[in-house]
Design a binder for this molecule. Structure first.
Ligand code: PBG
Length: 327
């Protein structure tokens, strides 16, 4: 006799479904998307099959389709024209810039969507760094002052969450203080707490044309050999008033997601970044594996590791798949 026969619980789809330990729904997914100046534009991003940059006039039709899948949360990233970039990243503080205009547009047409805006200087900086560059160094405290003002501009436009992705020290506290001072105590901070210096951001930097002009991001983004450092970062962010913390990238950092989840009592997000998306898409295009199934497996793995929210370029596609499964 064999008392233990684990396969009994895997015998039929109904049984497997009834004992599945991990659930995923559209409510857990956040769709990052790219906007660009001009009109009539839908620019495909060569390194991210299926993903485009949208001009503001074309955005509603796209978001309409997204909302139909059940996705209710979106994260906005702007491609800024080179002519507007400079070493002070002053366009980041333009109250009529691409980000505030897009937020207002979405809030008018899709009031039910929650909007996360990115707080970092790289799309606006001629240096392509997340902070100001002085004599080759990324300066912390001056950058933090600008980021806090940027957060207020996004809050004014109607953002639900501001998401600092810059990894400067002390930015969450500075943003929280200025937001509260200006009357935006209801605007949340979803902090990229544990953001690693990663090759997996490559396609994103193509999408925004935001790669660093010199050097890399290793003096502010984290070293991929570290996990205790991630716990320290998220502890500080939580203490400074973050409403949620993020681990980024996701797929190669599942251990970090798990560790962070056990360390904080606020929601944990994970960002399946552009390079992760690109790898899976291109491999599926080559017939190396079934696209939908590998998408699903990758997202359930991130969820199983402990992510409450997942930022992923697959969000709408995955929501559609879930709808087909459980109508
Ligand atoms: C910029 C930022 C990056 C991403 C999100 N915000 C790139 C970077 O830090 O260089 C990456 C997202 C992705 O790869 O999908 N601060």
């Amino acid at each position: 006799m064999n008392l233990e026969r684990p396969r009994r619980l895997r015998r039929t789809a109904t049984i497997r479904e009834s004992v599945a330990e991990t659930q995923l729904s559209a409510a857990n997914l956040v769709l990052p998307f790219f906007v660009t100046e001009g009109s009539g534009r839908e620019e495909a991003i060569a390194t991210m099959p299926g993903i485009s940059r949208w001009s503001l006039d074309r955005l509603p039709a796209y978001l309409e389709k997204v909302a139909k899948t059940g996705i209710r949360s979106v994260a906005l990233f702007p491609k800024i024209d080179d002519a507007k970039k400079d070493s002070t990243a002053k366009e980041a503080l333009n109250p009529d810039g691409l980000v505030p205009r897009t937020v207002r547009e979405i809030k008018t047409n899709f009031p039910e969507l929650a909007i996360y805006t990115d707080i970092a200087l790289d799309p606006f900086s001629s240096d392509g760094h997340d902070g100001l560059v002085h004599n080759g160094e990324i300066v912390n405290d001056l950058t933090v002052e600008i980021l806090a003002r940027m957060a207020v501009i996004h809050a004014e436009a109607g953002a639900d969450f501001v998401s600092p992705s810059d990894m400067m020290d002390g930015r969450v506290g500075a943003m929280r203080r200025l937001l509260d001072e200006r009357g935006y105590s209801n605007v949340g901070i979803m902090s990229y707490g544990a953001k690693y210096a990663s090759c997996f951001y490559g396609p994103f930097r193509d999408a925004l044309d935001s790669a660093p002009k010199a050097g890399d991001k290793k003096t502010y983004q984290m070293d991929f050999r570290n996990v205790k450092e991630a716990l320290r970062e998220v502890r500080l962010d939580a203490a400074e008033g973050a409403d949620g913390v993020m681990v980024k990238p996701a797929g190669a950092y599942l251990d970090v997601i798990r560790a962070v989840k056990e360390h904080v009592d606020i929601p944990v997000a994970a960002y399946q970044v552009s390079g992760e998306y690109a790898m899976l898409k291109f491999a599926a295009e080559k017939g190396i594996f079934a696209g939908e199934r590998v998408m699903e497996e990758s997202l359930y793995a991130i969820r199983r590791a402990g992510a409450d929210l997942i930022f992923t370029y697959f969000a709408a596609e995955m929501a559609e798949l879930l709808n087909r499964r459980q109508p």
